[in-house]
Ligand binder design. Sequence first.
Ligand code: OOG
Ligand code: NI
Length: 446
Amino acid sequence: MDNFQSADAIRTRFSQAMSAMYQQEVPQYGTLMQLVMTVNERRLEADAGLKNRLSAADELSRLNIERHGAIRVGRAEELSMLRQMFAVMGMFPVGYYDLSQAGVPVHSTAFRPVDDAALRRNPFRIFTSLLRLELIEDEVLRKKAAEILAARDIFTPRCRQLILQHQQQGGLHAEDAAMFVDEALETFRWHSHSSVDSETYHALNQQHRLIADVVCFPGCHINHLTPRTLDIDRVQEMMPSRGIDPKVLIEGPPRRQIPILLRQTSFKALEEPVIFNDGHQGTHTARFGEIEQRGVALTPKGRALYDRLLTEAGSGTDNQQHQQQLARIFRDFPDDEATLRQQALAWFDYRLSEKGQATPPRNGEDLETLIAEGRVIADPVIYEDFLPVSAAGIFQSNLGDKTQARSAGQSSRASFERALGSEVKDEMQLYAERQQRSLQRCGLVN
Ligand code: OOG
Ligand code: NI
């Protein structure tokens, strides 16, 4: 029997290595992590009910290791190689996000674990965007950008070789896995030496800051890492006291009794010194910090309601007003677990209590009655994915004030999947299957 390192173990090792590297590169990220941990601890102390619920649902153990990151790449081969790299860590492409609708010339997926046990172990996710060069209007510049990208390799030779070895053997032994993590890390490291001259950088930056960020460096530097908080309003409020300058609005739904989907905010990107290959010096702003609060995943019906209310609420310029406006509009979104279940707005994970194990449900017994009798327990399924409007807000807050308007591009899922070299998984199907499996385990469906 081959004694391979598990994908979960490799992912955990990698996410720790990334976090350590990013703390070195962007010290404010370390400060933010400390703040999030402090706020989480206080929140759990103050709310024993929350603590018990999270603990019973096995959500507590992953809280402090939980984070996501984001990267951006420039060409199909890079994206497809990333897919193969992340597969070694048990992370697979889930969901398609078209950001061009919000004026950002990329489309994206999230690499993340998909099965229940892996998500419980470590849900590390990487939001991965592919630059859409076809959205550069200037033809000469578009060609130049493509040439620069074609000439680089963002993977070390050893990393490529270890990925291949993993594919051929079906796994990696501990020593190779450790080497793989070290080599993979190199792809995401920050390089203060740009691979282009200052003139090219400025020309690309002028087209769009994202284009310069993707094209002008020899790697696809990690641009943020995001810890999960239990109280995003509190962290946002406290950031300035730790010398961190948050973006104005918290994105996503308002604060609620039963948190839904995802709320996010970030701090502004740092201005970092760079040296161009003609010896000129300059600065580049791309890397930032972000926090998020995750709630229950919504069904297609719940998501449609969310999208409608979010559009209705619009956007604001003052967080307090924006949150009040959201809260007002979201009164139409039920805020108790029973209604969320009964109206099939959110996904739940069902399990038998001790009482339920003693008196197992018989086929046909009513689910809500079983829950009321305390024989079945329903835990909200946590949303593991991202939100396009929220993501666009995060992108834009880091592109400065003069984000160029860009006509909405054609949504192009098929071309993204061609570049990726596989389909992206449908997140709704994953949630639906998870709920269904839990009902089966309870003996409530066949
Ligand atoms: C990704 C921005 C989106 C999120 O959490 O929605 C994102 C990027 O800036 O590359 O990270
Ligand atoms: Ni993010």
